[in-house]
Ligand binder design. Structure first.
Ligand code: HEM
Ligand code: NAG
Length: 329
C-alpha cells in the first residue's frame, strides 16, 4: 500500500482491487487466446482423425468439402465460432438450423458427428465441436486443391444457439450490395480485402435456384448465354424448382482455384453478391489480382480464414466441450 496516495485506506483497498482486477482480466484474456498447438499434448491425433474422415466424405461426394467450409463461416458469423450451428432443435428450443440462411441449405452435420465420435474415442472430452468444424474447413480446402494453414484452436462449445441472431442479417444474404457486404464483415472485424478473399470460397459448391433466380432473370450485368443456361434449370416462377442446384463456379466447381474470380470478370458470377465484387466498384482491382494470381488469392484466403476463425471464441472456462455436437451436455 506504500504507493497509495489516498488518505482513506478503504478507498486504497478498493483501488488496488480494481487495478488488480483489470490486470487479471487482461492476463485472463491473453492466456485464453487460441493457439495452433492447443491439442499437441491433449490430443495429438486430432488432425489425422479429422483429415481421414473429411477425406472419405469428400471421396464419396465432392461437394461435402464445400459444405464443411460453409459450416465454419455460418458458425463464426453468428455469435462467434462456438459450434452453435450444430445444435439440434428440441421441443423446448429452436436453434440456428432453420434460420433463413441455413434452412434446406447448410449441410455436413453427419460428417461432423462422425469426426466427433472418432475424436471422442481417441481423447474423450477434450476436443470441442467448434474446433472440429474449423479443422474440417481447412482440410476441405486443402483436399480440393486450395491452400492450407495452421488452424488456431482452443475454442469451446456454446451451451445454446440463437435463431434470432442467425436471422438478423449478420450472415449476409445473396441480395447484398457491396456496401452491405463490406459493412457486415467490418462488424466482425474483417476488412473488405478479407471479404473478397473469403468470397473466393464460392470457387466450390452449389447454390439453390432460390438464391440466384432474381439475378439470372432480372439483372443486366450478366453474360447472356450464362443466364440462359442457368434459366434452363431454374424456373422463373418463385416456388417452382427452388431447390434445383447450380455450381457457384461454372468452370471448376470441384477445385479450389481462382476461376471464381475470372467468372466475375466475365459477368458469370452466380449470386448477386458475387457479381457486386466486380461491377465497377472499389473491389474490382482486387478481383483482377486474385483472378491472375492463385498465390495471392491463397495467401489472402488463408489469412482471412484464420481471422474469421478468431471471431469471439469461447475460451478458458466459458462454454463446455460437448460430448455430442448436436446437444449441450
Ligand atoms: C460474402 C458473403 C456471402 C454470401 C452473400 C454468401 C451466400 C451464399 C449463398 C446464397 C449460397 C448458396 C446457398 C444455397 O442456395 O443453398 C452459398 C454457398 C456457399 N458459400 Fe457462401 N456466401 C458468402 C460468403 C461465404 C464465405 C465467407 C464462405 C466460406 C469461407 C462461403 C462458403 C460457401 C460455400 C462453400 C458454399 C457452397 C456450399 C455447398 O455446396 O454446400 N460463403 N453462399
Ligand atoms: C424450413 O424448410 C422446411 C422445408 O424443408 C419448411 O417446411 C419450413 O417451414 C422451413 N422453416 C422455416 C423456419 O422457414
Amino acid at each position: 500500500m506504500a504507493s497509495c496516495y489516498f488518505k482513506s485506506s478503504s478507498f486504497c483497498s478498493i483501488l488496488v482491487v480494481v487495478v488488480l482486477g483489470v490486470l487479471v482480466g487482461f492476463a485472463g484474456r491473453s492466456s485464453a487466446q487460441l493457439s495452433t498447438n492447443f491439442y499437441s499434448k491433449r490430443c495429438p491425433k486430432v488432425f489425422s482423425t479429422v483429415k481421414s474422415v473429411v477425406q472419405s466424405a469428400i471421396s464419396k461426394e465432392t461437394r461435402m468439402g464445400a459444405s464443411l467450409l460453409r459450416l465454419h463461416f455460418h458458425d463464426c458469423f453468428v455469435n462467434g465460432c462456438d459450434g452453435s450451428i450444430l445444435l439440434d432443435d428440441t421441443s423446448s428450443f429452436t436453434g440456428e438450423k432453420t434460420a433463413g440462411p441455413n434452412n434446406n441449405s447448410v449441410r455436413g452435420f453427419e460428417v461432423i458427428d462422425k469426426i466427433k465420435s472418432q475424436v471422442e474415442k481417441a481423447c474423450p472430452g477434450v476436443v470441442s465441436c467448434a474446433d472440429i468444424v474449423a479443422i474440417a474447413a481447412r482440410d476441405s480446402v486443402d483436399i480440393l486443391g486450395g491452400p492450407s494453414w495452421a488452424v488456431k484452436l482452443g475454442r469451446r462449445d456454446s451451451k445454446t444457439a440463437s435463431l434470432a441472431a442467425a436471422n438478423s442479417g449478420v450472415i449476409p444474404p445473396p441480395s447484398s450490395t457491396l456496401d452491405n457486404l463490406i459493412n457486415r464483415y467490418k462488424a466482425q472485424g474483417l476488412s473488405a480485402r478479407d471479404m473478397v478473399a473469403l468470397s473466393g470460397a464460392h470457387t466450390i459448391g452449389k447454390a439453390r435456384c432460390s438464391s440466384f433466380r432474381a439475378r439470372i432473370y432480372g439483372e443486366n450485368n450478366i453474360d447472356a448465354s450464362f443466364a440462359k443456361t442457368r434459366q434452363n434449370s431454374c424456373p422463373k416462377t418463385p416456388g417452382s424448382g427452388d431447390n434445383n442446384l447450380a455450381p457457384l463456379d461454372a468452370q471448376t466447381p470441384n477445385s479450389f482455384d481462382p476461376k471464381y474470380f475470372q467468372n466475375l470478370i466475365n459477368k458469370k458470377g452466380l449470386l448477386h453478391s458475387d457479381q457486386v465484387l466486380f461491377n465497377g466498384g472499389s473491389t474490382d482491382s482486387l478481383v483482377k489480382t486474385y483472378s491472375a494470381s492463385a498465390e495471392t488469392f491463397y495467401s489472402d484466403f488463408a489469412k482471412a480464414m484464420i481471422k474469421m476463425g478468431d471471431i469471439k471464441p469461447l475460451t478458458g472456462s466459458q462454454g463446455e466441450i460437448r460430448k455430442n455436437c448436436r446437444r449441450p451436455n
